[in-house]
Design a protein around this ligand. Structure first.
Ligand SMILES: Nc1ncnc2c1ncn2[C@@H]1O[C@H](COP(=O)(O)OP(=O)(O)OP(=O)(O)O)[C@@H](O)[C@H]1O
Length: 285
């Protein structure tokens, strides 16, 4: 990936000087001085040093960083699946101490996240049952979610009868049907082909806009982070801190061809690329 010095300078000059959080926004997610040290009997590994950021309700934020930076660790702490060493995560001003009811997570390994003995409909319906939603409403939510991801015609299929991209759509439908306030996605498209990936990216933006949910999306892919996000949080290498919080000032309507070939997209992607290169070399602010 090549970027010119002019492009980088231009992106740097215009991403840092405007707020990534609009004035008066309601904060959905508040990550405060989060630290995570993995401890075993004879070793310690500090994955996250100090992360502080806020996500307003309804924002779509992408997180990028070098491999092993601690992105998955961060999502696991935010989702309450992992206890942090210090600091805290607040969802709507309430500390997260276990998986909160208002959160859903979509992981990369769709194959492992779906139950093979359950049909598509049963997989999507399961968390709704656990949430105690009545039968009629459950069915309506499942139908709506499957339609939204373009799987309205295969509710009786089993996951193993579907392609990888379709299985990931089922995982997305399950998260969406649950009507989360915050949706966490950990490299959800890493294992699908490029064309499916583009379709799923557009699907996420469509669902995000339609449902008004707050989305935190971890990806390895710099282009994907700029294409999807309103904001890209760039992380340092381990132990992780935020290097830069980049505002993505692209038009709200995104198009795979038009947006990705626009000058501004190239500038932003160049800027994030440069930050990642610096991160890999050990740069930290
Ligand atoms: N359960 C664990 N016990 C000990 N160390 C762990 C554990 N899970 C992750 N780590 C370490 O913490 C660091 C951060 O891992 P993490 O998976 O969060 O990074 P990542 O940014 O998601 O990586 P990638 O981009 O490669 O997916 C790594 O050095 C990893 O080896």
């Amino acid at each position: 990936m090549k970027t010119t010095t002019d492009e980088r300078a231009s992106a740097a000059a215009t991403t840092g000087d405007r707020p990534v959080i609009p004035d008066g926004a309601t904060i959905a997610l508040d990550v405060r001085s989060l630290q995570k040290v993995y401890r075993t009997q004879d070793s310690e590994l500090e994955a996250i040093r100090d992360l502080t950021f806020q996500v307003p309700r309804g924002q779509l934020v992408c997180i990028v960083g070098p491999s092993g930076a601690g992105k998955t660790t961060l999502l696991r702490c935010i989702s309450g699946l992992l206890e942090s060493t210090s600091g805290e995560v607040l969802l709507d001003d309430e500390p997260v101490t276990g998986p909160p009811p208002g959160m859903a997570v979509v992981f990369q390994e769709y194959g492992r996240s779906l139950f093979p003995w359950m049909t598509v409909r049963q997989n999507v319906e399961l968390p709704l049952r656990e949430k105690g939603i009545g039968r009629a409403e459950r069915h309506a939510l499942v139908d709506e979610a499957l339609d939204a991801v373009g799987l309205g015609d295969v509710p009786s299929a089993y996951p193993w009868q579907l392609s990888g991209g379709m299985q990931q759509r089922v995982a997305i439908a399950r998260a969406v049907a649950y009507q989360p306030e915050v949706l966490l996605m950990d490299e959800p498209f890493a294992a699908v082909d490029a064309q499916t990936r583009a379709d799923l990216e557009d699907l996420i933006r469509t669902l995000w806009k339609r449902l008004g949910i707050t989305v935190l999306f971890v990806t390895h892919d710099i282009d994907e982070s700029v294409y999807l996000g309103q904001r890209v949080l760039v992380l340092s290498n381990r132990p992780t801190v935020v290097i830069e919080d980049v505002r993505v000032d692209l038009p709200d309507e995104r198009d795979q061809l038009e947006t990705r070939s626009s000058r501004r997209f190239t500038e932003l992607r160049g800027h994030v690329y440069e930050l990642i290169q610096k991160a890999k070399k050990g740069y930290r602010p």
